[in-house]
Design a protein around this ligand. Sequence first.
Ligand code: UDP
Ligand code: MG
Length: 316
Amino acid sequence: MDISVVIPLYNEAESLPELTEWIRRVMEQHSFSYEIILVDDGSKDTSWQVIMDLKKGNEQITGVKFRRNYGKSAALNVGFAAAQGDVVITMDADLQDSPDEIPALYDRVKNQGADLVSGWKQKRYDPPTKTIPTKLFNSVTRSMSGIHNLHDFNCGLKAYHKDVVKSIEVYGEMHRYIPVLAKWAGFTNIQEQVVQHYPRKYGTTKFGPGRFIKGFLDLLSIFFVGKFSKRPMHFFGPIGVISFMIGFFITFYLICEKLMSIAQGTPYRNVTDQPLFFLSLLAIMIGTQLFLTGFIAELISRNSSERNKYQIERVV
Ligand code: UDP
Ligand code: MG
């Protein structure tokens, strides 16, 4: 099969007939063999009935229904697991993304060696309350991930080589960072394609203003976990050692000071009576704790199966 189109959806009943018909038209024009995987993320409207009806006249359609709303990332993850095509296309269900882009996206992956092609909604039909934070989000993600050629990390319209979707886990709100996950998994040929974007035709956005806070927290956790999950000691160790050394040197200084006073016959205070001594004790204890935390984290990560998920590109 050439193409799997994975579509996460939450309360998008009105758009689905138009969207699937549009995809079908494009696919038939180009004689692609394809499937459309519609993942109903716990919709409360009639989306699931619509999917069942669409499926009757169209064997290319697969429907997956969640028991409740787990979020776009979970929906994508399930779609990725089910996809059978050589190239996997994701798109939003709300007709903001255009199926007309599929052939060019497909070509980049199939024939031009791209692992992932991310859409760029250069001309975007969303309110400024969304586009401005999005610009900021993209520039921070660009510099933190080192993927400098992407302008629109969160674009719903993307194309993937099948190996990519089978190698990454999208959870939480990680759908905003899929190119970063792909890069870390070893898929470095990440490209961009300017895509058409339309205003939302039916309904309203399914993400509230909380999206930016969640997105930011995920940014912190993804970079933290991504960088240190395999070697937690590299994070906890240095901070622990520094804290320990600070405490140790303060104590050492206080002891030297006392000994010098004794030698010179001047009055002195006991080391343990000095306020600085408690500070140093605290630093020593915190340092030891951090070091041991790193040790435990290291033990846990060594036993987790994550550790051995390598991406083998070729065996000869
Ligand atoms: N979506 C989803 N689960 C959710 C929220 C959204 O599957 O919990 C789907 C939604 O139906 C749409 C896509 O994710 O197909 C993008 O959502 P939306 O259009 O609301 O986002 P925006 O365009 O405002 O960024
Ligand atoms: Mg939308």
